[in-house]
Design a protein around this ligand. Sequence first.
Ligand code: ZN
Length: 60
Amino acid sequence: MTIGEWMCPRCGRTLDDPRSFVNEYWRGWSTNYFAWCVSCGWQGEIVEEKVVTAPELAEA
Ligand SMILES: [Zn+2]
């Protein structure tokens, strides 16, 4: 998983814009990313769990 594949949960744009900010860090079993979207101004955490259930992807 590369940073460029992350999408903003608000506007859906990828966070590969060099002006966007993504900081990767680890907490326990999960990989966390603190991200800022330059497109819409959203900022927050994206958590990549080691065990993915991903119910949010059901509608995809
Ligand atoms: Zn956004």
